[in-house]
Design a binder for this molecule. Structure first.
Ligand code: F6P
Length: 438
């Protein structure tokens, strides 16, 4: 569901305060970004049915009186390159453009918003965040899991916070929405604005999350090492496991950037192992014909081999069984049973791809997101997350962003088509009709 009018972003009221930001030009309230960019040949376009996002950007008139504003920033969930760039960007924009001097950083994610957890908030100033972007992680630290919205809003009220910036993925956004609902229930005017963070790039209706570009660029280093190893021994196989719980964007993009990858196994693309038509048979053909192979597996791929024991992490995500060593053993056993010598090298760069500072691309992107988050908050918007659509910054209601997860659509996504073309892997590696996995 995409709104037809961009008015669905919640707003506290009319913007009557002239913005002190001093921009040469502003984004007009009511500017929209069309959801659809592609139309089938001959498809009739009914203007009444065009769906839109609200466009992000600084407004000439704002809702809050900047000199009275007190802002808060919280970073939640797993670490991600660029968090410190966003914190820095928010602080700088608030301070220098809007003259907001009172900014608090809440420590350890949503725990920091619960007074009884005892994590004292820290004052953030341009000086304190000046060099933050040189470091990986979050200068505020983070935590997984939600907290009681009643307690969090109690603390926001006690501290006199007018706007809260929540930096995180879908779990964080759900938490932010719960806070915004509690604020609404109490008839308060505290703006809650999300900034989309996750290396998995899996937030619905948002083209790109910050941290993703850096993470897959880091992953490419591991992939290239795997390639070097694979050609360095007879029948070499480089197997790399990469993060990507539900969506394989990191693996797919790392494969495309590296171009040495022969198989990409992602959660979105079911595969079998042993049967005719399955992955191991395809890998065997590759080894017999080319004598080396690079395989990427996203951590969420192949979970059907393990079943679900019901275990969840603090964010409510299913605890995954480690597909990497499982696949490594399966490949070794399989080739042994075929009497084919292989030399398999397994690489798991794990947290290394997300604990680094942002690359230049993410640094620019994170700063844009930060600035647009501030503009949205100053305009009195709430319960929304800053997005990107057709390369334009947008406002997305949190309820829509968390309604589903962005995944690679393997039946129609040009990204996946390109992965198949670049790797040469079969589109389907499943049991043929009538056969069963041993
Ligand atoms: O949220 C992104 C992510 O990096 C996933 O790719 C990964 O599954 C998860 O976080 C692991 O994070 P943690 O070990 O901190 O729960």
């Amino acid at each position: 569901m995409i709104f037809k009018e961009p008015a669905e972003i919640e707003c506290f009221g009319e913007c009557t305060v002239p913005s002190p930001a001093g921009y040469e030009f502003y984004t007009m309230e009511g500017s929209r970004v069309a959801y659809d960019a592609i139309f089938d040949p001959g498809e009739e376009i009914n203007p009444a049915e065009i769906r839109f996002f609200e466009q992000a950007g600084p407004r000439e008139k704002i809702f809050f009186e900047p000199s009275k504003v007190k802002a808060g920033i919280v970073t939640c969930g797993g670490l991600c390159p660029g968090i410190n760039d966003v914190i820095r960007g928010i602080v700088m924009e608030l301070h220098y453009r809007y003259g907001v001097k009172d900014i608090l950083g809440f420590r350890y994610g949503y725990q920091g918003l619960v007074k009884s957890c005892g994590h004292e908030p820290v004052k953030l100033t341009p000086h304190s965040v000046r060099d933050s972007m040189y470091y990986g992680g979050s200068i505020l630290s983070s935590s997984r899991g939600n907290q009681d919205p009643v307690k969090m809003v109690d603390y926001l009220v006690e501290l006199g916070i007018d706007m809260l910036f929540t930096i995180g993925g879908d779990g964080t956004l759900r938490g932010a929405s719960a806070i915004a609902e509690e604020i609404k229930k109490r008839n308060l005017k505290i703006s809650v604005i999300g900034v989309p963070k996750t290396i998995d790039n899996d937030i619905h209706l948002i083209e790109k999350t910050f941290g993703f570009s850096t993470a897959f660029a880091e992953a490419v280093k591991a992939v290239n090492s795997a390639y070097v190893e694979s050609v360095g021994a007879p029948n070499g196989i480089g197997l790399v496991k990469l993060m990507g719980r539900h969506s394989g964007f990191i693996a797919a993009n790392a494969a495309l950037a590296s171009r040495h990858v022969n198989f990409v196994l992602v959660p979105e693309n079911d595969f079998d192992l042993y049967s005719e038509g399955g992955f191991l048979e395809a890998l065997k053909q590759r080894i017999l014909s080319r004598h080396h192979a690079v395989v990427l597996v996203a951590e969420g791929a192949g979970q059907k081999f393990f079943g679900d024991d019901g275990q969840r992490d603090a964010s409510g995500n299913k605890k995954l069984v480690d597909i990497g060593p499982f696949l490594k053993d399966a490949i070794i056993e399989f080739f042994k049973s075929q009497n084919i010598e292989i030399n398999l090298k397994y690489i798991d760069p794990s947290y290394q791809i997300r604990s680094v500072p942002a690359n230049a691309d993410d640094a620019v992107f994170a700063n844009f997101l930060a600035q647009n988050a501030v503009h949205a908050a100053m305009a009195g918007k709430t319960n929304m997350v800053v997005g990107l659509w057709h390369n334009v910054f947008t406002h997305v209601p949190i309820s829509m962003a968390v309604a589903e997860r962005k995944i690679i659509k393997t039946d129609k996504d040009p990204l996946w088509r390109s992965v198949l073309a670049t790797t040469g892997q079969p589109a389907h590696m499943l049991c043929q009709k009538g056969c069963t996995e041993p």
